[in-house]
Design a protein around this ligand. Structure first.
Ligand code: DX5
Ligand code: ZN
Length: 217
C-alpha cells in the first residue's frame, strides 16, 4: 500500500477554502487533515465545528480531524455530526483516554491518539489494541511551518514495533515539518500516513507537490 497523504488545511487560503478543498479532491491525496486548536491545550486558536461542516460539504475524501483541545469528551458527537471520519485526540489532554476512545468508536469514527514529541511511545502499550491510528507529532503542536524534530523518525520505528508486538492494526501517521526529505525518512521508518501543510500549500504547484509526496512509497 502506498503512503497515505493528508494535506493540512491549516495552511490553506481561508478566504478560498472551497477552491483549496477542490484542489485536494482533484489531487492524489487520500485524506483532509483538519487541525482544531482551542488556545488552551496549544498556544493558538484555529477553527471549529461550523468550518468543518462547510469543508465536509465539498470534500470527497475522509476528514482526518486532529483535536488539539483540552476538553474533548463533550464535543465528540458534534465532531461526528460535523463530518469527521477519523478523530484523533491528544494523549496529554485526555485523563480518561480509554473511555474517550470507546466513545469515538461508538460514534462510528476511527479513533486516533496523538503524542507530543516528549511523550514516550510506550505509554500507549495498554491502549494501542483499541486504536485505528497513532499520530506522532514531529513538531510541538500549535502552528504550521515549524522545523521537523528528527527524533520523530526513531519514534515511528518504536511505534511500529509496539504495534507488531501487540497485534494492533493501528496506522502510524506523522505531523509537522514533512517535506520530501523528512517524508522519505519517515516512510523508510514505517510511517503509513504523512500530514503536510506548508510544504503543500506554499509550493508553486500543490498538485505536483502532493503527487511527489504520494510517490515516496
Ligand atoms: C501543527 C498541526 C499540523 C500543521 C502541520 O500543530 O498539527 O497539522 O498543519 O504543518 P506543517 O506541515 O507546515 O508543519
Ligand atoms: Zn495536525
Amino acid at each position: 500500500m502506498s503512503v497515505i497523504i493528508s494535506p493540512s488545511l491549516l495552511s490553506c487560503d481561508f478566504a478560498n477554502v472551497q477552491r483549496d478543498v477542490e484542489m485536494i479532491n482533484a489531487s492524489s491525496a487520500d485524506w483532509f487533515h483538519i487541525d482544531v486548536m482551542d488556545g488552551v491545550f496549544v498556544p493558538n486558536i484555529s477553527f471549529g465545528l461550523p468550518v468543518i461542516e462547510a469543508i465536509k460539504r465539498h470534500a470527497k475524501k475522509p476528514l482526518d480531524v486532529h483535536l488539539m483541545i483540552q476538553n474533548v469528551d463533550p464535543y465528540i458527537s458534534d465532531f461526528k455530526k460535523a463530518g469527521a471520519d477519523i478523530l484523533t485526540v491528544h494523549y496529554e489532554a485526555c485523563t480518561h483516554l480509554h473511555r474517550t476512545i470507546q466513545v469515538i468508536k461508538a460514534e462510528g469514527m476511527k479513533a486516533g491518539v496523538a503524542l507530543n514529541p516528549h511523550t514516550p511511545v510506550d505509554l500507549l502499550q495498554d491502549i494501542i489494541a483499541d486504536l485505528d491510528l497513532v499520530l506522532i507529532m514531529s513538531v510541538n503542536p500549535g502552528f504550521g511551518g515549524q522545523k521537523f524534530i528528527n527524533n520523530a523518525v526513531l519514534r515511528v520505528e518504536q511505534t511500529k514495533n509496539l504495534i507488531h508486538r501487540t497485534g494492533s492494526h493501528a496506522l502510524v501517521e506523522v505531523d509537522g515539518g514533512v517535506n520530501l526529505q523528512t517524508g522519505a525518512e519517515l516512510v523508510e521508518a514505517g510511517a503509513d500516513a504523512l500530514v503536510a501543510g506548508s510544504f503543500v500549500f506554499n509550493s508553486k504547484d500543490p498538485l505536483a507537490t502532493i503527487a511527489d509526496l504520494k510517490a515516496l512509497k
